[in-house]
Design a protein. Structure first.
Length: 78
């Protein structure tokens, strides 16, 4: 189902927009989504195109996820 493809068109897209709007893990809903994103990284460091379904990493999804992670981590103090 389309709901399974959370990276391709869902959660990652939402997190991308939220980080651009200035949200960070201090917001509880953002923190929940961000924690989930971090948990989806595959053992080889890549992120899958469809979370929970793909076992192979997708380079383009990985770059996008790392951009989001970088924006979030750059806002952390100290």
């Amino acid at each position: 189902s389309r709901g399974v493809q959370l990276f391709h068109g869902g959660t990652l897209k939402v997190l991308d927009g939220l980080t651009l709007a200035g949200f960070n893990p201090s917001h509880p809903v953002f923190k929940k989504l961000y924690t989930w994103l971090l948990g989806q990284q595959l053992e080889d460091g890549y992120y899958p195109r469809a979370a929970g379904r793909d076992t192979n990493g997708d380079p383009l999804v990985t770059v996008r996820a790392l951009e989001v992670i970088h924006r979030v981590e750059a806002t952390r103090p100290g």
